[in-house]
Design a protein. Structure first.
Length: 322
């Protein structure tokens, strides 16, 4: 059931305090400065799917700030994707400032200071989700905060259209279905971020970056093979095992660690779907190259802080942190 927070029934004087409470309750704690002498009524409608929250907001002129003080108080590592539907907004984060027009979307990181200012009547939709659910590097994310992405063309339009449609259909999704659509949306967003940063542009065939792309693509196509190893991967690309390890060292990881995390992430996604498919934990683990169920359980718990079977049953609502 959606949660509706509204200040329409309150006097203008009472709206200030209630709106501040409503904003911090619906999102992360924020300092709110209403810019109208007589504050307009505001409304927030929120749906929750696991740890992801989608909120439709209608409000008047205001400025919200996520300060160091508030970050230190709650320590939440959340990301916020915002679709601007009506009105304009100015957003600041990581030393950048951008103007968000209707049809644009932007990303904010709640673990760092940001500021957003809107003037006049505005309407927007925000998706708030845990930082670790978006599989992109921190430096890549920092490069794209406080940036306006136009939903009127290119790959950004695909992202905007998907999240917009998901928000429109939110009332009809149960928790399980909502989580699946969110997982797909975050995969799409990660793909967009990598594309935006030029990861998929043609590379010269003799560069290490181009080789890394081919190596990772080979690994992803063979994740289900329990015999996938650095030796086999190197042989398939006519390079030495030593050079293969150097490629992954440039990304501050190892071949084995990267393979394990890719397998674990796919198991994590499949376990949420497995009850509907009639699959057990061991079957899902074998599908992605894990031979030993006990080993799979240990590495899954180490990575996500929850046993595979508990994750299968409870999903994000039962997630525990180490």
């Amino acid at each position: 059931m959606p949660v509706v927070l509204s200040t329409a029934a309150l006097s203008a004087a009472d709206r200030v305090e209630r709106w501040h409470e409503a904003v911090s309750q619906a999102f992360v704690p924020l300092d709110v400065n209403l810019l109208e002498k007589d504050p307009s009524p505001g409304r927030i409608v929120t749906h929750q799917w696991g740890a992801t929250q989608v909120s439709d907001v209608q409000a008047g002129s205001q400025e919200v700030t996520r300060s160091k003080r508030l970050i230190a108080r709650d320590g939440k590592e959340l990301l916020i994707l915002t679709l601007q539907r009506r009105g304009r907004a100015v957003k600041e984060q990581d030393g950048r400032e951008c103007l968000i027009d209707p049809g644009d979307f932007s990303i904010s990181d709640a673990s760092r200071v940001f500021r957003k200012k809107v003037e006049g009547e505005v309407c927007f939709t925000s998706f708030q989700f845990p930082r670790n659910e978006l599989r992109v590097r921190d430096e890549d994310l920092r490069a794209l905060t406080a940036t306006a992405f136009s939903g009127r063309g290119g790959s950004a339009a695909l992202v905007a259209a998907y999240f917009t449609r998901m928000a429109c259909e939110a009332a009809g999704f149960n928790d399980f279905v909502g989580r699946q659509f969110v997982a797909t949306g975050l995969d799409l967003l990660a793909l967009f971020i990598n594309e935006r940063l030029g990861r998929f542009r043609p590379q010269a065939p003799d560069t290490s970056a181009a080789m890394m792309v081919r190596v990772k693509d080979h690994i992803l196509q063979n994740l289900a093979d329990p015999d996938l190893s650095p030796t086999a991967i190197a042989a398939a690309h006519f390079i030495s095992v030593r050079y293969l390890h150097k490629l992954f060292q440039l990304e501050e990881t190892t071949v084995g660690e990267w393979i394990r995390m890719q397998r674990l992430e796919r198991c994590r996604r499949d376990l949420l779907r497995s009850p509907a498919l009639g699959l057990g934990v061991a079957t899902v683990a074998r599908r992605w190259g894990f031979v030993s169920p006990s080993h799979f359980s240990r590495v899954f718990r180490a990575a996500y802080g929850i046993a595979p079977r508990d994750w299968q049953i409870h999903g994000l609502s039962g997630e525990r942190r180490p």
